[in-house]
Structure formats: structure tokens, C-alpha cells
Design a protein around this ligand. Structure first.
Ligand SMILES: *Cc1c(COP(=O)(O)O)cnc(C)c1O
Length: 493
């Protein structure tokens, strides 16, 4: 399988795309075609464990990896001591016709683990295949969850190191502590004064800088990315859409071949794009519902065809979706533009220079045959946390609650009663203070994250994950802070 750049040109094998992260012209790597998965294949998946399901999907894209390499990688990534649910990504009924795909059973309690437990294995294999002997230095910009998941994945992996930039005030207390207490001899965590878009733009600029690459090279390092711009992040995310569907069909909740809707809490558009890739491969999907918080840049894009990043940025209770530049939308735009790289390059230039661009009416119409979008602000999100807990006994984190709310509104507006899967992206204990506040309808007595977690446990009976309680006693080992123009020296200094 060959990969091209969304901005035209480039031709790479899977292992090269994983190693490089971003295409040389600043575009994102996309597969030349979408390999097919038949209904029969999907039916057969129901009998497989999660690593075998992952191997089946991965092999279709990563054809310069041997089946043995892939089998080893998926077994190491999805080990029972890493994921606290034997199904890895269980799908659970919450109400008639509504299901929850739980993607937070990994070591850092967010869906990023689904890809980032696997990526280090794919990365070291890719380095070896391409004769790369330098240390692979993973540069990450995080809105909260990717950082810890990348650190946890790459920690002490020989031949790699991991440097994370997080926005100083843009992450929850638990998210911040998770990152700053990370051990490992090859990890670096830096607080950037700015928001997530500053971090992401800064990291993209480092990737594009020849000077920075040369400086890294002098230190015996080559740069790569663990953000969802890396195709190696995307392909493991395709797996759980097939996995969820296979489980639903096997349980009799749907018949094999029936279409389902997925509603995905969206920031950088990586998770929902994986669903679209699964659909293009043959997964029976009716609608992909893109759920945003108050930073509703995608909702507006899908309703007008104009993408406007030049707008106020809001901090919300779902920080991992506080994003105005959704990088992976570029991969959908590439398909909407009939794979014309020049068109995408023009849009991206406009976005950079003017903070906006527009697609044509036809292009928008084509996207809207599958995609639709909605948003929920913090108050609506809190109301949804309370409603779903009262009605269904389900405790949701704020990101998941945004999706749940958007689904409720979608159903009310359209009458579409297709079975729907809410993609649940984080454990409520990553955001205990906000969840507790939503459930009680008032600010908790103590704002301390651990006090809130304990009260939430008392109230709901849902056990606090050990990854959260242990943070209380772990020493903080990363305290570096940098300005927007100091990222290069902070990374390599
Ligand atoms: C990263 C993240 C999201 C957004 O996912 P994208 O792939 O960036 O759209 C949503 N919820 C949580 C909890 C996340 O960590």
C-alpha cells in the first residue's frame, strides 16, 4: 500500500509514514486506497479477541510489516495488565437503541491509549525497517490526554524519547499531574504559555524547520510525531469501530449488515476520521455525528461550508476538545476535493493566512451525506451528565456527555432512530470535579481533584481507578515552562 500527501505528491510505505509523521510538504499522509472488509470478515471478528481484531485491520494498511511483527505488536499493546477490561474496548447498552463504546480502559484512562499503546511498537519496527539508527524523538502537542498517553507509551522504549508540550492552563488538574509525574529516563514535559492551538502550531513549525531538524540530528535524534496527524495513530483507531460493530451484531442488538450511527466527541477530528475510514472500508454506517463543545468550529463548518478558525477560543470542561484547528479534517477535505492535493494546499494556505476557507456547495453536500454535526456548551454538558445518570445510571465524563447531548438533539431534530453508539473517550475520574459538580448541581465542597474523586465514588459506587489515586503520592518530576518562541530550545536544550 502506498501513501500520498493530502497536499499533493509524496509516495511512501506505511513504515515511512509512521516514522516521518508529517509528509515533507506539510500535508498528512493518506492511503492510496481503502482496503475492503466484508460483512463475513466482520462477522468472523466477533469470535476473535481484541488483539486479533486489531491485527486483521492493521495488516491491510501496514503491508510492509510481517504478520508476525503485527501479531507481536498488538499482543504487547493490548495486554491484560495494560487494559482493565478483558474486551479492551467494550460496548455496553445504556438505553434502548443507544450504546456506549468505552475507550478509556487503558493505562491513562482516555481513548488515546488505544493508539498510543501500540504506536511505540510500530515506531521502533518502522525505524528498523528504514535503517534508522538515530534516536526517534517524538514531539507532542497535547490538549491534555495525548501527552500522558504518549509518555506512557514511549516511556523507557529503547531507541526513542518523548517530548510533550501542554498549554499551561488548558488542562485539568488530573491531566497535568498525570504528565508531570511521569517517570522514565527518556521523557520530557514542558508547560507552554498559550493554548492548545499555540502548542500544535508550534510543534508543526518545529517539524517544518530545517534548522531544528539539523540541531536534532547533531544530537543523534530524528523527529517524529505521536499526534493524530501520524497515520500510525489513525489505523489503530479504525479497529474499535469494527470491533464495536462485530460485538453489537454478535449480541443480537443489530443484524449483521444493519447500519449504525456513531456520535464522536471531536477535537482534532482524528477519532471520527477513523470511523469514516472504517466506513470506506465497508463498515455499515448510516451517519457520523461530530460533537463539539463551545468551540464549535466544526459544527459551523458542516452547516455553512466555511471553516473559520479566526474566532474566540473558549476554555471548557471538555479541554481535549478545546481546539480551533482540527488537523485531521484535512484528510476528509482531501476526499471531498476528489483527492486533488493542490485544492487542499490552497485551503490550508488560506487558513494559515486568513484564518478561514470555504469548500464548494457540492463538496459540502457530499460530506453531509454521511457527516452531521452539533455542539453543546458547558451548561448543556453538565445537564446531560445529570440526566443520563438519573435516567440510565451511567456516569459520563464531560467529553462523552457532549456527544450524548448532541445525539439527543440530533434524534429530536431528525427522528432518525438508527441504533447509535456514543463513543466514550475518557473516564469520569479524569474530570472528577466537573462531573461531581454536574451531578450535584452545585460546586463541590472542596475543589481538590482527589476529594472530588472520593465523593464521586461514594455517590455513584463507581470505583476510582488506581491510576488516579496514585497521583496523590507520586513526585512531580517535570516543572519546565516555556514561551511560544522558546519551544525549540526547550525541546532540545
Ligand atoms: C483527544 C480527545 C478527544 C478528541 O478526539 P480527536 O481525535 O482529537 O477528535 C475527545 N475526548 C477525549 C477525552 C480526548 O482525549
Amino acid at each position: 500500500m502506498a501513501f500520498a500527501s493530502t497536499r499533493g505528491g509524496a509516495c511512501a510505505h506505511a513504515s515511512q509514514t509512521i516514522l516521518q509523521g508529517l509528509a515533507p510538504n506539510g500535508g498528512l499522509f493518506v492511503p492510496d486506497e481503502f482496503p475492503g472488509v466484508s460483512l463475513e470478515d466482520i462477522g468472523a471478528m466477533a469470535q476473535m479477541d481484541y488483539p486479533a481484531r486489531a491485527a486483521m485491520v492493521l495488516q491491510k494498511y501496514l503491508d510492509d510489516f510481517t504478520p508476525e511483527e503485527i501479531a507481536c505488536a498488538v499482543q504487547a499493546a493490548y495486554r491484560p495488565d495494560k487494559f482493565d477490561d478483558p474486551a479492551v474496548a467494550p460496548v455496553k447498552p445504556v438505553a434502548p437503541g443507544t450504546f456506549m463504546l468505552e475507550l478509556f480502559h487503558g493505562p491513562t484512562l482516555a481513548f488515546k491509549d488505544m493508539a498510543l499503546q501500540l504506536l511505540p511498537h510500530l515506531m521502533t519496527l518502522s525505524a528498523r525497517k528504514n535503517g534508522e539508527t538515530r534516536e526517534v524523538n517524538i514531539l507532542v502537542a497535547t490538549s491534555g490526554d495525548t501527552g500522558k498517553a504518549a509518555l506512557e507509551g514511549f516511556k523507557d522504549v529503547p531507541g526513542t524519547s518523548c517530548t510533550v508540550f501542554y498549554p499551561t492552563d488548558g488542562v485539568s488538574d488530573v491531566q497535568k499531574l498525570q504528565m508531570t509525574t511521569t517517570g522514565g529516563s527518556n521523557t520530557k514535559v514542558i508547560a507552554l504559555r498559550g493554548n492548545f492551538d499555540d502548542a500544535q502550531t508550534g510543534v508543526k513549525a518545529l517539524f517544518a524547520s530545517a534548522d531544528f531538524a539539523a540541531q536534532a540530528n547533531r544530537q543523534g535524534k530524528v523527529l517524529s510525531s505521536a499526534n493524530s496527524i501520524n497515520f500510525g495513530r489513525l489505523v489503530p483507531q479504525i479497529v474499535y469501530y469494527f470491533s464495536a460493530y462485530a460485538d453489537l451484531a454478535a449480541s443480537g442488538a443489530i443484524a449483521l449488515g444493519d447500519k449504525v450511527n456513531f456520535v464522536v466527541p471531536t477535537g482534532n477530528f482524528g477519532n471520527i476520521l477513523a470511523a469514516e475510514y472504517a466506513r470506506r472500508m465497508g463498515l455499515p454506517v448510516n451517519r457520523l455525528i461530530c460533537a463539539s463543545n463551545r468551540n464549535r468550529v466544526l459544527t459551523d463548518f458542516f452547516s455553512t461550508g466555511e471553516y473559520v478558525s479566526d474566532r474566540p477560543f473558549y476554555k471548557t470542561t471538555s479541554p481535549s476538545m478545546d481546539i480551533l484547528i482540527s488537523s485531521n479534517l484535512e484528510r476528509l477535505l482531501f476526499e471531498a476535493a476528489n483527492r486533488q492535493g493542490e485544492t487542499v494546499a490552497q485551503w490550508m494556505n488560506l487558513l494559515k493566512k486568513e484564518g478561514r476557507f470555504s469548500v464548494t456547495e457540492d463538496q459540502l453536500k457530499q460530506m453531509l451525506t454521511i457527516f452531521c454535526a452539533g455542539s453543546a456548551d458547558d451548561a448543556q454538558c453538565a445537564e446531560e451528565i445529570r440526566t443520563r445518570y438519573t435516567m440510565d445510571g451511567c456516569v459520563m465524563d464531560p467529553h462523552t456527555a457532549v456527544a450524548s447531548r448532541v445525539l439527543r438533539e440530533y434524534r429530536a431534530a431528525t427522528g432518525d432512530d438508527t441504533p447509535a453508539v456514543i463513543v466514550s473517550t475518557a473516564s469520569p475520574y479524569k474530570f472528577a470535579a466537573d462531573v461531581l459538580c454536574a451531578l450535584k448541581g452545585e460546586a463541590p465542597a472542596s475543589p481538590d481533584a482527589f476529594d472530588c474523586a472520593e465523593e464521586l465514588q461514594r455517590m455513584t459506587g463507581l470505583a476510582i481507578p488506581p491510576q488516579v489515586s496514585e497521583l496523590r503520592s507520586l513526585p512531580v518530576s517535570h516543572t519546565a515552562v516555556c514561551e511560544k518562541d522558546g519551544m525549540a530550545s526547550a525541546a532540545l536544550g
